[in-house]
Write a protein that binds this ligand. Structure first.
Ligand code: HEM
Length: 126
């Protein structure tokens, strides 16, 4: 049959929904990240990140159906993302990922991507 995607291997939509919900619960309390969000309601931002990660790992392409090509570096240009912001983002994401009880090889693979992606989103070095 069709080889299982990473998306399926980690538990599909439910797992990404839990990771991103936990991540945004941390963001809501983070004094570096919370003020960066232009909208008062974090719900729409949560949904965009959730759909993006689902698509990236082999799930449905709803993100691009709704938002077009991700162009994530461009979409982050309005925000100053230096080492402090990157570290805050990774701190919140680490908590969210570590709570899922994923098999170690899958957790490592997910984390390696998130670290790489967070580094690549930087547009400031102060
Ligand atoms: C959007 C901050 C890294 C994925 C946003 C927004 C902010 C933000 C303030 C706007 C909220 C919204 O309208 O959705 C940051 C910071 C990062 C970071 C401080 C630190 C490195 C990442 C990474 C990813 C990511 C690593 C992917 C793995 C997204 C997505 C959106 C978004 C998918 C919505 C894009 C759209 O469709 O408009 N981010 N982000 N971000 N971020 Fe990040």
């Amino acid at each position: 049959g069709t080889p299982e995607t990473f998306y399926d291997a980690v538990g599909g939509e439910a797992t990404f929904t839990r990771i991103v919900a936990r991540f945004y619960a941390e963001v809501a309390e983070d004094e570096v990240l919370r003020p960066m969000y232009p909208e008062q309601d974090l719900g729409p931002a949560e949904e965009r990140l959730r759909l993006f990660l689902i698509q990236y790992w082999g799930g449905p392409h709803t993100y691009s159906d709704q938002r077009g090509h991700p162009r994530l570096r461009m979409r982050h240009n309005p925000f100053t993302i230096g080492p402090i912001e990157r570290d805050a983002w990774l701190r919140c994401m680490r908590i969210a990922v570590d709570e899922q009880g994923l098999p170690e090889d899958l957790r490592k693979q997910l984390w390696a991507y998130l670290e790489m992606a967070a580094n690549s989103m930087m547009n400031s070095w102060v």
